[in-house]
Design a protein around this ligand. Structure first.
Ligand code: HEC
Length: 425
């Protein structure tokens, strides 16, 4: 009996002795890799057929053993995440063993069923697609100011969004983008340009004043970000008559091109029970000394109301080194909620807790950023610079984004306000 359970355990934990593509490798790729490594997605090559994958066998082994692929940078010691795409030890060992034993093809009959995707999207077929009306030209070189494009939704009633995906037409030049929901009464960017017409920088906009005058963030695009798909019963709300504001950060990459980004929305079929709101805390008053290998910047968010955390999204630029979310509960207990020990600028990911993370009113959440401004940081654009807050990649940011689920009738403004009755602090 004991012997049997030992056998069963090893069968699960160890890679197949003589792995083949169809039986052992393809299931891993289907599960963990082709969300990106298929035509039209961000992976540089498709990994779907034996012919496509065979030349990459050694490189795949190396990439998974060094933890570069699949991109997932959370320290497994802290928290469990629903969108964790890291490989199990057995999956890694399978890819390694396959490369070492000659990358055999095997029997196509043993292939797993193909994973189905909606053509052109990583969400279900969207009910609404809001697109930049015209492509925006990006020059081969130089700096492009942030571009703002206001797109009216035309929504006649409050609209609940179950899933949202941002699709640039040329990802190679999109550094990141933020999409805001501008409500009818909000004056932000009014009168700057005609709807659909890109402009930037807006008149009178202060450096760093990109907060949308209280507008809520719908979603954010960065390379490697998965689309936002909220749980059943949870959704984001776009109030009737709102506009969507695209804020585009384009980075020229040596070749003149153009981009026409679109936003796909899957609407909730019924009114949800909970509303998702995006909170952020940012620190704009820091100066990273030249050459400093480990400069710390902390941002603090004091929660006056209870909530459930649905997502963490740490944001820094090229000198970003590591990032931690730490909570101090009202009773003084301190806990690490997420640790990203090796932050990668090219892989800005959201981390979604697997279990509801209930945060009592009166908790304090800190985002702890470290920056490496030394010459040892291969991404450092200038180790001799004093670095301040700023929008461009050679400047820095330390922003802790957090998505929380709250009662469906609560707005972000309500949430950030002190509770009307009872003092929970
Ligand atoms: C979230 C998207 C994503 C996922 C998931 C992903 N990749 Fe990648 N992969 C990329 C991108 C983008 C690059 C190129 C940039 C980089 O290396 O960061 C890349 C690069 C690679 C490379 C190096 C290619 C080269 O030119 O040297 C290999 C090999 C690779 N991936 C294998 C895998 C394997 C195997 C998996 C699954 C176990 C996987 N990737 C999962 C997006 C992804």
């Amino acid at each position: 009996m004991r012997y049997l359970s030992f056998l069963l355990a090893t069968a699960v934990l160890l890679p197949a002795a003589d792995p083949t593509f169809y039986k052992d490798v393809l299931p891993v790729l289907e599960n963990r890799c082709i969300e990106c490594h298929r035509p039209g997605e961000i992976g540089p090559m498709p990994l779907q057929t034996y012919k496509q994958v065979r030349p990459w066998a050694a490189s795949m082994k190396e990439q998974v053993e060094t933890g570069k692929m699949p991109p997932w940078d959370a320290d497994p010691k802290y928290g469990h995440f629903a969108n964790d795409r890291s490989l199990t030890a057995a999956e890694k060992a399978t890819l390694a063993a396959w490369a070492k034993t000659g990358a055999k093809e095997g029997d196509p009959k043993q292939a797993p069923p193909h994973r189905q995707f909606v053509e052109g999207w990583n969400i279900q077929k969207p009910d609404v697609v809001l697109s930049m009306p015209k492509p925006f030209p990006i020059p081969a070189s130089g700096q492009v100011d942030y571009q703002y494009i206001v797109i009216p939704t035309g929504f006649k009633e409050d609209t609940w969004v179950q899933a949202a995906e941002i699709r640039p037409s040329d990802r190679s030049v999109v550094h990141h983008m933020v999409i805001w929901i501008r409500e009818p009464g909000n004056k932000w960017l009014r009168g700057e340009a005609n709807p659909g017409e890109p402009f930037g920088p807006p008149n009178g906009l202060q450096r760093g004043d990109t907060g949308g005058l209280g507008s809520e963030i719908l979603n954010i695009y960065t390379p490697g970000m998965v689309p936002d798909v909220w749980k059943p019963g949870q959704a984001k709300m776009i109030p009737a008559g709102s506009d969507i504001v695209f804020q585009m950060h384009y980075t020229p990459n040596g070749k003149a091109t153009q981009d026409q980004t679109k936003l796909g929305l899957v609407l909730a079929k019924e009114k949800p029970k909970q509303r998702i709101i995006t909170l952020s805390s940012s620190n704009t008053r820091f100066e990273i000394p030249p050459g400093d290998p480990n400069y710390e910047v902390i941002t603090t968010l004091q929660l006056r109301n209870a909530a459930t955390i649905e997502s963490f999204f740490p944001h820094m630029h090229l000198r970003g080194k590591d990032y931690t979310y730490r909570i101090t509960y009202p009773d003084g207990k301190v806990e690490t909620l997420l640790s990203v020990p090796r932050y990668r600028f090219n892989w800005q990911l959201a981390y979604k807790p697997a279990q509801p993370l209930l945060i009592p009113a009166g908790s304090k959440i800190e985002g702890i950023a470290h920056f490496d401004n030394s010459p040892n940081n291969p991404n450092n654009p200038d180790p001799k610079a004093k670095v301040h807050f700023g929008e461009q990649s050679w400047e820095e940011m330390a922003v802790a984004f957090i998505d929380v689920a709250v009662d469906v009738n609560t707005t972000r403004r309500d949430f950030m306000r002190r509770p009307a009755s009872g003092d929970h602090e």
